[in-house]
Design a protein around this ligand. Sequence first.
Ligand code: PXP
Length: 237
Amino acid sequence: MRLGVNIDHIATLRSQRNTPYPDPVDAVPIVELAGADGITCHIRIDRRHITERDVRILREIIKTSLNIELCTDSDVVSFVSSIKPNHACLVPEREGEQTTEGGLDIVTHGKEIKKTIDILKDTGIILTLFVEPDESIMETAKQLGADAVELNTKVYSETPDKRREIERLKRASIAAHEIGLEVHAGHGLGYHNIEGILSVPHIVELNIGHSIISRAVFTGLEEAVKRMLKLMGKNIQ
Ligand code: PXP
């Protein structure tokens, strides 16, 4: 199972005071040397946290894999296409939201999503759709041309009834895997709740940000990444 470290939260801290620090770009060698498999960032319509400058430098320096989260806004799509990250993950975006609030409604917005997928895949980008863990929509994700789905673990991370949500995640993961979609998961995952997710079959990638960056404040980024990798069962130095 791969770990993608979401570095948006470093940019969020930077934008709180409009300072040049902390620079999310500086996280890359630390995260990669700690053993993570990739870096994830979200370029928003208003560029309020991760900026185009960040993304250009990230593309230059990342040695593992760059995964960019984006919505279907044509200007953002055109920018991300020009950058050619290894992976892109389509997410919904609502003006004023604090963070991504849920999975994409790929049934209602299928046409717009398909158009964006076609543009991004034309440049060779591997495409993921961020969706709710609902087994009934996996076929639609496949038909739209996605290579992978990232199952939203927000409800799992917040609900006291973890067992029920794990069952939902399992059904969605099996349905996606059976039709050839790669399965990822993310949102709200942390050191205290990762164990349940490891019981969901077929997940090959986790994207985790807030918990890792928060721990890093106290322990340093290297330890925070290594600790998560260890909990994921990875053999690290
Ligand atoms: N995956 C997606 C699609 C997200 O939008 C986010 C949050 O930016 C994450 C993963 C990481 O979530 P967290 O920061 O809660 O670990």
